[in-house]
Design a protein around this ligand. Structure first.
Ligand code: FES
Length: 142
């Protein structure tokens, strides 16, 4: 083997061995802790079970998937999770436990637990999420 061929082989070997390390370092720097999923593809942590159980409502304004309002308790079979921004003009909706619906204080729109419009002026459903308890965390998936 000529000297030049040997140097080329050594250079390629060094490049190939360092590439996985460089890729791993880049992916670690671009993923913030909040943006990491909890292991199950697509699920994002929006808060803790303790926060949810305190009042039966968990509002995460800046979660990895955006604003999320989760209704329920950790023992509940089904959690309700929506984007709490009214689709009319963006006021934050609140949960009416007695009526099992979301109401908007600004212009009185109402939304069912599944986000669908019950009463206008809003004409689009609230964005909904699938929510579940995972250990001590409340996680959602869009
Ligand atoms: Fe909600 Fe107008 S902003 S009804």
């Amino acid at each position: 083997m000529k000297r030049r061929d040997f140097i080329n082989w050594v250079g390629l070997g060094l490049l190939a061995s360092s590439l996985p390390v460089a890729i791993a370092a880049c992916s670690e720097q671009t993923a913030t802790p909040e943006a990491k999923s909890t292991g199950d593809s697509g699920w994002q942590k929006v808060g803790s079970v303790a926060e949810l159980d305190k009042s039966g409502q968990l509002l995460a304004k800046d979660s990895p998937v955006g604003a999320v309002l989760v209704i329920g308790k950790s023992q509940a079979a089904n959690l309700i999770a929506v984007n709490p921004n009214c689709t009319h003009k963006g006021c934050p909706v609140t949960w009416n436990e007695a009526g099992k619906k979301f109401t908007c204080p600004c212009h009185d729109s109402e939304f069912a637990a599944d986000g669908k419009v019950l009463k206008g002026p809003a004409d689009k459903s609230l964005k909904t999420y699938t929510a579940k308890i995972e250990g001590d965390s409340v996680v959602v998936k869009s």
